[in-house]
Design a protein around this ligand. Structure first.
Ligand code: TYD
Length: 214
């Protein structure tokens, strides 16, 4: 009798941190390295990653709205992103590298804006529940950085969106929000000290991936 066919299952890695922590350039570097190894790599982001979710991203980043509307739009974008992009990619065995996922919602909308985390937990369950249970990243790299340092990097970089315009106190709360997620789900998270040089951060990431045999 032949062995049962096990469906291929990919790997889902999210990159998180306050604005200015430097996650996106490291995400590009990991994507490039894994592509060179011949892996099927999907590089995506939240809010966004599909035409519908990118439209919602424009609204969330540039229009003022109340916190519930903001949270609902972000989760609506996430639902479409999961169904159209992430789940099909994981099902065919691809590696999905996602610039932010639900931890950002708990950090920004929950801790940053003060929105009820119980409602976010309910939305998370509705949106991320599928045939394999609650979809979460297999690994979340949390780029942890002092908000004062991050703010200097953001000012130098570009015209700020609605979140980047927030004051340092907001980003202190967001950082605390990430820390709380990190502490409750330590196996999924790896903390990266983003205050270090770019090269040293790359070494930290390589060590985390190597620990998992990736
Ligand atoms: P960001 O990764 O910073 O994009 P870019 O580097 O192109 O500016 O994401 C955009 C913003 O969206 C960021 O300020 C955080 C915010 N955001 C939330 O508030 N909640 C969420 O759930 C997500 C995914 C992002």
């Amino acid at each position: 009798m032949s062995a049962p066919r096990v469906p291929p299952s990919g790997r889902f890695v999210s990159f998180e941190g306050i604005d200015g922590a430097g996650k996106s350039s490291h995400l590009d570097a990991v994507a490039e390295r894994w592509r060179q190894r011949g892996l099927d790599v999907v590089r995506t982001r939240e809010p966004g990653g599909t035409p519908l979710a990118e439209s919602l991203r424009e609204l969330v980043l540039h229009q003022s709205m109340d916190p519930l509307t903001e949270a609902l739009l972000i989760f609506a974008a996430r639902r479409d992103h999961l169904q159209q992009c992430i789940e099909p990619a994981l099902a065919r065995g691809a590696v999905v590298l996602c610039d932010r996922f639900t931890d950002a919602t708990f950090a920004y909308q929950g801790a940053g804006r003060g929105f009820d985390p119980a409602v976010l937990t309910t939305l998370e369950a509705w949106v991320q529940h599928g045939p394999h249970g609650l979809r979460q990243p297999d690994l979340t790299l949390w780029f942890d950085l002092d908000p004062a340092v991050a703010a200097q990097r953001v000012v130098a970089a570009r015209a700020p969106d609605r979140f980047e315009q927030q004051d340092e106190a907001f980003f202190r709360r967001v950082r605390d929000g990430y820390r709380a997620r990190f502490e409750t789900q330590p196996r999924r998270f790896a903390r990266i000290d983003a205050a270090q040089s770019r090269d040293q951060v790359a070494v930290q990431i390589a060590a985390v991936l190597a620990e998992r045999g990736w």
